[in-house]
Design a protein around this ligand. Structure first.
Ligand code: SF4
Length: 379
């Protein structure tokens, strides 16, 4: 597998995958490479030759070195004392068994986490995470994410087997962008292992979360693996990240969602690209996202119409459904978003939870979060 990954740390290595930067930009580009790893799979390299939309998601850009934006776009609560275990809500936890990916998306909201250093949960940490879940019957659902969990299939099997022994855990969701980035990682052996940890009759489904952003990503190898998953009875749902200049176009999105639907993939979420530091150039605005959502409602089947989501540091908000923009600051960029979350809700998970500096409560007790919107044409 390692031979199929291309790591780029120097300008000479970079020149093998993209045109060399102009002389004036060489130092800035080296600063990007020093700060943020660049990794691309052979599958993506081939794809990038014919798809600028794919290339723009994985190739570095000198604009990444800036102070604008956030290093931590997701709070991930709370005093859990187990590396790789996160919890925001009473009934769900997140477990991240492996923190690296076969390729690194430049817009990743975990870009500044340790995961790009490739750290992995030890078996002892996995067992501590399993113990945490087993001791709390209110936890009914687990999301396994990362990084890419399928890069460590033995750890993944250990985790799935342990979770399946916990009576109160029902659905397990598995985030997997390798279906797009390196389909060969999702070989038959892996899919058989996943299927063996699904027991629908017992109310214990396993669901795979795909992350596809552009129709160019839906290649023959990806389709073949999606079909193989579906034929094994595993549900697949997709989460798209809206990115300026890449997929912020209703026709592109419609083509993507229709393609996914043909192969049995539920088009579930369309996230606004988050306020990740250094990624302003790829961020649409909330208004852009709402306009795209409206266009999709007009021109695509409701079955191919995902929820449009803005992700604040304390969780997802569906603008106009369970939250709204309540104020915009004079800079035109920062907005305040009423979320569906309450202080009491987070304190039920972590009694010592305190509101972060960029949050306040409204009169009804809902948390209102400050959020950096994408740059509009005027800003
Ligand atoms: S695959 Fe997911 S976790 Fe990995 S770099 Fe891309 S967005 Fe981040």
């Amino acid at each position: 597998m390692a031979s199929k990954l291309v790591n780029v740390r120097t300008l000479d290595q970079l020149a093998k995958v993209m045109p060399a930067p102009a002389d004036a930009d060489r130092d800035a580009m080296q600063a990007v490479l020093d700060q943020f790893p660049v990794r691309i799979t052979r599958h993506l390299l081939d794809l990038m030759q014919r798809s600028p939309a794919v290339a723009a998601q994985f190739l570095p850009d000198t604009r990444e070195v800036t102070t604008l934006g956030q290093d931590k776009c997701f709070s991930g609560l709370l005093e859990l004392d187990v590396p790789g275990l996160e919890r925001m809500y009473p009934d769900r936890v997140i477990i991240m068994p492996h923190h690296a990916c076969p390729a690194y998306c430049r817009f990743c909201f975990r870009k500044f986490y340790e995961h790009h250093s490739g750290s992995t949960m030890s078996y002892d940490d996995l067992d501590r995470a399993l113990g945490y879940v087993a001791a709390r019957p209110e936890i009914r659902e687990v999301l396994i994410t990362g990084g890419e969990p399928v890069m460590e299939p033995k750890r993944l099997r250990h985790l799935l087997a342990g979770l399946r022994r916990i009576a109160h855990v029902g659905p397990i969701r598995l985030a997997c962008r390798s279906l797009i980035m390196a389909p060969e990682l999702c070989d038959d052996a892996l899919l058989e292992m996943l299927a063996a940890h699904q027991d629908l009759a017992a109310g214990k489904p396993l669901e795979v979360a795909l992350h596809a952003n552009h129709p160019d990503e839906i290649t023959a190898p990806t389709i073949e693996r999606l079909v193989a998953l579906r034929q094994r009875g595993i549900h697949v749902y997709n989460q798209t990240v809206l990115l300026r200049g890449i997929n912020d176009d209703a026709e592109i999105l419609r083509a993507l969602f229709e393609a996914l639907r043909r192969y049995g993939v539920e088009t579930y979420y369309m996230f606004l690209g988050g306020p990740v530091r250094g990624m302003d150039h790829q961020r649409p605005t909330i208004a852009d996202g709402l306009a795209l959502k409206r266009a999709l409602r007009r021109h695509a089947s409701g079955r191919a119409n995902p929820h449009f989501i803005v992700t604040t540091r304390l969780g997802k908000v569906e603008i106009g459904v369970d939250g709204e923009i309540v104020a915009r600051e004079a800079d035109g960029r920062h907005v305040w978003i009423r979320t569906p979350y309450t202080l009491a809700g987070f304190r039920a998970v972590s009694p010592r939870f305190e509101l972060p500096d960029d949050a306040r409560l409204d009169d009804a007790g809902y948390i209102v979060m400050r959020y950096l919107d994408g740059p509009s044409e005027e800003s």
